[in-house]
Write a protein that binds this ligand. Structure first.
Ligand SMILES: [Zn+2]
Length: 220
C-alpha cells in the first residue's frame, strides 16, 4: 500500500494516464506488480524486461504542479537526511575519490549537494519542485536549476559524476534521461543512482537498507 511506498500521504492528481506499453522496451505484455499503491495509482511490471513502473500515473504536463504540492512540507533540515546524504557521498567517493564537477539530477532539498560541495565537489543541481529549490537556497545557499535534464544547457562531457538519488522511478522516459546522463559525463565519469527495491517492499524486509538499490556505472 502507499503507506509503505511513501511515509507521507500523497496528494491526489487531477488527471492520470494509463500506459499500454513498457516505457523502457515497448513491450505490450504487462503484468500487475507484486506491490500496489493506493488508487488512482498502480504499478505494472513488464514481462519482457522486468521493469516495474507507475501506471496509472500523473501525465507529464501535470508533474511539476503535482510535485510542487507534494514537496511543500518540510520547514527545517532533517538530520537523518543529512546522514543519508553522507552515505551516498561515501559511496560515490569509492568510485570517484577526487572531487570534480558533479551534477545531481532531482536534487530535492539539496542535502546531497551540500555534503558534496563541503567535500570539494563543484556542484550543479536540477530540481523541478519549486518549494525544494527554495529550501535548498535557504538551508544550504544552493542555486538549483528548475529545469528538466533533457533541456538543461550543459555541453556534452561536462561532468565527472552524475547522481540520481531516488529519481529514476519518477521519470516518464528513463531511457532518454540515461542517454542524456551518458552524454553529459566525461569519459571515465561515474553515474550513481538509487531507486526503490520493489521486491523488498513486497516481502516487507525489516532491514530498511535493503529497500533501496544502488547502482554505479562508469562511462567508457
Ligand atoms: Zn519492458
Amino acid at each position: 500500500m502507499v503507506g509503505d511506498l511513501h511515509p507521507d500521504p500523497v496528494p491526489r492528481p487531477r488527471r492520470v494516464e494509463k500506459l499500454d506499453a513498457c516505457p523502457l522496451c515497448g513491450s505490450r505484455w504487462l503484468l500487475v506488480a507484486p506491490v500496489q499503491p493506493e488508487p488512482p495509482f498502480g504499478l505494472s511490471q513488464c514481462s519482457a524486461c522486468g521493469i516495474i513502473f507507475l501506471s496509472p500515473r500523473p501525465p507529464l504536463d501535470a508533474m511539476k504542479t503535482y510535485y510542487d504540492a507534494m514537496y511543500d512540507r518540510e520547514d527545517h533540515p532533517h538530520p537523518r537526511q543529512q546522514q543519508r546524504a553522507l552515505r551516498h557521498l561515501r559511496r560515490l567517493s569509492r568510485y570517484a575519490p577526487t572531487p570534480g564537477r558533479l551534477l545531481d539530477v532531482g536534487a530535492g532539498d539539496g542535502y546531497f549537494l551540500n555534503a558534496a560541495r563541503t567535500a570539494g565537489w563543484q556542484v550543479e543541481g536540477l530540481e523541478l519542485a519549486e518549494p525544494r529549490v527554495a529550501r535548498a537556497r535557504t538551508w544550504f545557499n544552493l542555486s538549483l536549476r528548475s529545469c528538466d535534464i533533457l533541456a538543461a544547457p550543459f555541453p556534452p562531457a561536462t561532468f565527472d559524476a552524475v547522481t540520481m538519488l531516488q529519481l529514476l522511478e519518477h521519470l516518464h522516459d528513463p531511457r532518454a534521461v540515461l542517454a542524456r546522463v551518458h552524454e553529459l559525463l566525461r569519459p571515465g565519469g561515474i553515474m550513481l543512482l538509487s531507486t526503490p527495491n520493489v521486491l523488498a517492499y513486497a516481502r516487507k524486509h525489516r532491514d530498511v537498507n535493503s529497500w533501496r538499490i544502488h547502482l554505479v556505472a562508469r562511462k567508457k
